[in-house]
Design a protein around this ligand. Structure first.
Ligand SMILES: [Zn+2]
Ligand SMILES: [Zn+2]
Length: 99
């Protein structure tokens, strides 16, 4: 299966959105894209959530599931530098949390 992806069309932005593996077959890719706060405009192309918020462009790739931007580990999860999305740590992490 080929997973759809979109890139941010703003100059210098490395943001990338890949369709989730669990995206239902009957759900359009654009729906998943806008659900992740991306904006799709036929003329202007795609804009990542960071660029939409004014916190872009993404200059460094990382683990963010919404824009592939780099993230920083905070106590409550991995926070994206660009779009602000927080990916909660897996519960297992609690066992190793010595802080
Ligand atoms: Zn962008
Ligand atoms: Zn992000």
């Amino acid at each position: 299966m080929i997973r759809k992806a979109a890139i941010c069309d703003r100059e210098g932005c490395l943001a990338l959105f890949v369709a989730p593996a669990d995206l239902p077959d009957d759900q359009p890719f654009e729906t998943a894209l806008t659900a992740a706060d991306w904006e799709a405009d036929g003329a202007a192309g795609h804009a990542c959530p960071g660029c939409v918020r004014g916190t872009g462009p993404v200059l460094e790739r990382g683990e963010c599931p919404r824009c592939c931007g780099s993230t920083v580990d905070l106590s409550h999860g991995a926070s994206c530098h660009y779009c602000g999305h927080v990916t909660p740590h897996p519960p297992e992490d609690d066992f190793f949390d010595l802080g």
